[in-house]
Structure formats: structure tokens, C-alpha cells
Ligand binder design. Structure first.
Ligand SMILES: C[S@@+](CC[C@H](N)C(=O)[O-])C[C@H]1O[C@@H](n2cnc3c(N)ncnc32)[C@H](O)[C@@H]1O
Length: 252
């Protein structure tokens, strides 16, 4: 299973992984110009927006991968002194290997021989994120482990059209593989149902990609698309905002 993933170093010095499936189709988890820089550029703005606007800090992350976005949420919350009790995250990750590896590391298990490189990778990622937010890697790791322990970080398996949402989210960080590798996740029908089920009335939806199917699904549900540059030479990414209309809200 591990052999599907090859650890690489991107141009900003941060680690990423290239994944190859059984048919030999390869996909990089991040832009080669910088995994950390890309994650901060695409996703941090949405996380900040939620806390700046005072929206409920409930985050949905599609594609745990190496955990950049989850750790960025924690770094941001620590920097802004947001109490653990207020924050919740639901993440999806289809790879059992990535889920288990990350959980083992987060819960402080000693690595076996094949996990040594992965523990270093998680440490390097946490260290660089904590530096960015002016905190320590121990604090960032402790924050996410705390959310897990309190049942406020839920790590689910694959996101599918059958996934049931009992809660909605203020920020959706949609970091799935591309439509070449995961076509089902990028169809307008799937995206429309997913946004209907998972987005809170006040919600920001972000992803590294820009696609017509996604734009249409977001507009159908009242999101406004904002002009957003892509990372590392890509022309565009997606930043879409829906703000509940206070004039039409029912009085308390
Ligand atoms: C671009 S990578 C995510 C990178 C990640 N956000 C990070 O910070 O490292 C995409 C991830 O989505 C996962 N994935 C693919 N299809 C999925 C699905 N249907 N549901 C959940 N995760 C999926 C892949 O296994 C991969 O780890």
C-alpha cells in the first residue's frame, strides 16, 4: 500500500506526495512550486474569513492527504486564541493508509520502520505551519489531537453521493484530486447535492481548481464567485462566498 505514495520535496522546501494508482495514473497532492505555499495561498484566506466574520468555526476538509489544511486551521485558531471548545472539523480521506498513518502520528505512536519517513514528513509540515503562525509544532499537534479526543475532529472515509451530513459548515476546503483521477467528485450533479447538504447559510467554498461544473453548482445555491488567482502559474482557483441575507432572516 505504501508503495503507491512517493514522498517528494516541493520548491518551497515543504514535503508532498505523488500518488500512483494500479493503472499507473499519477497525481501530485500539491503544486510542485510549494505544498505549504499552495495550501496557505488557497485555503488560509477562507479559514481567516470564517473567524474574522465571527461565523461558527466549523470546517469541512475534503482530502486529508498529509493534513496541511487541518494543521493550518489549528495554527490559525491558536494564533487567534480561539478556544478548542468552539472549533470543529470534519475531514474526508479515501485512503485507509493516509488516514491511519496520520492518526498514528497524531496520537503519538512510535513509528515502525516503514513509517519513519512519514513521521519526519508530518513533523516538518507541523513545524513549518507553526512557524508561519508564530506558535510551536507541539501546540499545533496538541490542538488537533485535542479536537480528536473531544470528538470535534471527525475523520471520515470516502466522500460519496451517499454521504450523510447531519451538520453544515462555514468553510468548505475542497482539496480532492483532479477530475481526471476523481471524475465523480467534480460532476455538477454531485457538487450541487454536496453543497446543498454541507454548506451553512454563511459559507465560503474554496478549492485550487476552477471548473464550470463547480461554478454552476455554487451559483445554483446562492454563492457569489470572487475573482481568485490560481497558485504557481495557474490562471484561476475558486473562492465563492454565500452570506445569509439578514433582511430575510426570521426574527428571533
Ligand atoms: C490533493 S490531495 C489532498 C491534499 C491535502 N489537503 C493535504 O493538505 O495534504 C487529495 C486527497 O483526496 C483523497 N481523496 C480522493 N478521493 C476522495 C474521496 N472521494 N473522498 C475523500 N478523499 C478523497 C486522496 O486520497 C488524497 O489524499
Amino acid at each position: 500500500m505504501e508503495s503507491e505514495f512517493q514522498i517528494i520535496t516541493t520548491e518551497d522546501g515543504s514535503p508532498s506526495v505523488t500518488w500512483t494508482n494500479a493503472d499507473g495514473l499519477s497525481e501530485s497532492m500539491h503544486n510542485k512550486k510549494g505544498a505549504l505555499s499552495e495550501s496557505l495561498f488557497i485555503y488560509h484566506h477562507a479559514i481567516s474569513l470564517v473567524t474574522n466574520k465571527g461565523w461558527t468555526p466549523r470546517f469541512l476538509s475534503v482530502g486529508l492527504g498529509l493534513g496541511y489544511n487541518e494543521l493550518i486551521i489549528c495554527g490559525h485558531c491558536l494564533q487567534h486564541r480561539i478556544p478548542l471548545a468552539e472549533v470543529s472539523i470534519r475531514s474526508f480521506e479515501s485512503s485507509a493508509f493516509l488516514r491511519q498513518n496520520f492518526l498514528d502520528w497524531l496520537q503519538g505512536k512510535a513509528p515502525n520502520k516503514s513509517q519513519l519517513d512519514w513521521w519526519k514528513l508530518y513533523y516538518d509540515i507541523t513545524e513549518s505551519i507553526s512557524k508561519h503562525f508564530g506558535t510551536s509544532s507541539t501546540e499545533v499537534k496538541k490542538y488537533l489531537a485535542g479536537l480528536l479526543m473531544l470528538g470535534q475532529w471527525e475523520l471520515s472515509k470516502e466522500l460519496t453521493p451517499q454521504t450523510v451530513f447531519t451538520e453544515t459548515y462555514s468553510a468548505i476546503l475542497f482539496d480532492a484530486f483532479s477530475s481526471q483521477v476523481s471524475p465523480a467528485l467534480w460532476s455538477e450533479e454531485f457538487l450541487s447535492g454536496f453543497i446543498f447538504d454541507a454548506a451553512s447559510p454563511n459559507c465560503v467554498f474554496v478549492t485550487y481548481a476552477a471548473k464550470g461544473t463547480l461554478n454552476r453548482a455554487l451559483r445554483q445555491h446562492g454563492f457569489i464567485m470572487e475573482e481568485q488567482q490560481g497558485f504557481g502559474g495557474k490562471r484561476q482557483s475558486t473562492f465563492a462566498l454565500r452570506v445569509a441575507n439578514s433582511l430575510t432572516a426570521k426574527p428571533l
